[in-house]
Design a protein around this ligand. Structure first.
Ligand code: NAD
Length: 355
């Protein structure tokens, strides 16, 4: 049996912390990959993982991706992530998120939490009663609110850039297939619709697709058929691993760019994407808007000042410039975008470690 330390996703994590609170039913894993650039920051995901091993593996992969994301967004925080084992539709309680807040507090400020899949600002407000290391809140001077709209804005600008590079077009009339129309996918659908794109959407929850289709006129596909849609862009906005050996041959899009974390089932898939001539926006580069927004709240809280919207805008602009450089580098050097991006991210983290 492979152990935590043997997992390819372990990658010298600084800390992996498991907490359970029988009274509330909380079981959570908080993974801190790196604090070299500052305290680790990354969202909390609530998901009905089939096993503790699956939860741990997801926490490790997501946490390392946060280190890379935060380095690429050039923000003064490291990478970490929390996962809560449970169904966010049926198992959320105030007591569970208070217990989660105590778990975050126990990590002693080396990890700041925020929203991710299945976790809302209301849930985090309960956690915040037990610890100050929570961002993505509303109602105080430094508050940044829900990060999802800023994530979606960055993804929207990134898709426009990829479409310009791959198809030499603007977004009007371009067809985008969105997998998952929750927070990020829903806001993204609104922005693409306003820019004149045609949408095909799917979600495992019928209420989410119905609401987005009603306001954007999107065509609805089943979660399986989304991979076969005749679209220019495939935008994964659900869970990890959407692009894998089985789905890649089915995709007809010339661009893969979306909000989901860990879109590629593995680095080798990135090479296969490149060899098929598809322009891939590395997930942790294009989806950094939300953590930039959350970092603005950390900086504001620590300095006792207001949230700085201009700083967020400058960082989001910088993130899109970085994406442009990676896409340009890939075309010139003939290398997959994910390999170029991983190399830059690892270099920035290593430089921070030795600084
Ligand atoms: P969310 O829970 O609001 O939305 C995810 C949606 O995907 C849900 O509606 C869910 O039903 C759907 N889904 C799950 N599996 C699916 C499948 N197989 N096919 C189709 N739909 C499926 O979460 P979110 O906050 O919008 O996050 C979406 C993705 O973006 C996640 O990977 C998350 O880690 C990533 N992300 C989010 C943010 C943010 O600011 N919220 C920032 C960066 C990255």
């Amino acid at each position: 049996m492979s152990t935590l330390f043997d997992s390819p996703s372990f990658d010298d994590h600084e800390g992996v912390h498991a907490f359970s609170d029988p009274a509330s039913g909380l079981r959570t894993i908080i993974a801190v990959h790196s604090t070299a650039r500052g305290p680790a920051a990354g969202g909390c995901r609530m998901w009905p993982y089939p096993s503790a091993e699956a939860a741990q593996e997801d926490a490790l992969k997501l946490s390392r991706a946060m280190s890379y994301k935060n380095a690429m967004a050039d923000i003064p925080v490291g990478g970490g992530k929390a996962v809560i084992i449970g169904d966010s539709r049926t198992q959320k309680t105030k007591a569970l998120f208070e217990a989660f807040g105590r778990a975050v507090e126990a990590v002693g400020g080396r990890y700041w939490t925020a929203e991710d899949v299945g976790v809302s600002p209301t849930d985090l407000a309960h956690a915040r009663t037990q610890t100050r290391y929570v961002v993505g809140l509303e109602g105080h001077q430094g508050a940044s609110g829900d990060p999802s709209p800023v994530t979606a804005e960055g993804v929207f600008r990134g898709i426009a850039l990829c479409v310009r590079r791959a198809l030499n077009r603007d977004l009007a009339g371009v067809t985008v297939a969105i997998q998952g129309v929750g927070q990020v996918g829903g806001y993204l659908a609104d922005k693409l619709h306003a820019a004149g794109a045609k949408l095909v959407i799917c979600d495992v929850h019928g209420d989410a697709v119905a609401a987005v289709a009603a306001r954007t006129g999107a065509r609805v596909a089943t979660p399986d058929a989304i991979f076969d849609v005749d679209a220019d862009v495939f935008a994964p906005c659900a869970m990890g691993g959407a692009v894998n050996a089985l789905t890649l041959p089915r995709l007809r899009a010339k661009v893969i760019a979306g909000g989901a974390n860990n879109q590629l089932a593995g680095p080798d898939v990135g090479r296969a994407v490149f060899e098929r001539g598809i322009v891939y926006a590395p997930d942790y580069v294009i989806n950094g808007g939300g953590i930039i927004n959350a970092a603005a709240e950390i900086l504001a809280v620590e300095a006792g000042r207001a949230y700085d919207a201009d700083w967020v805008e400058r960082k989001v602009e910088g993130m899109i410039r970085t994406l442009d450089e990676i896409l340009g580098g890939s075309a010139i050097e003939g290398r997959p975008t994910n390999e170029i991006s991983d190399e830059i991210a690892r270099g920035r983290i290593a430089a921070a470690k030795t600084a």
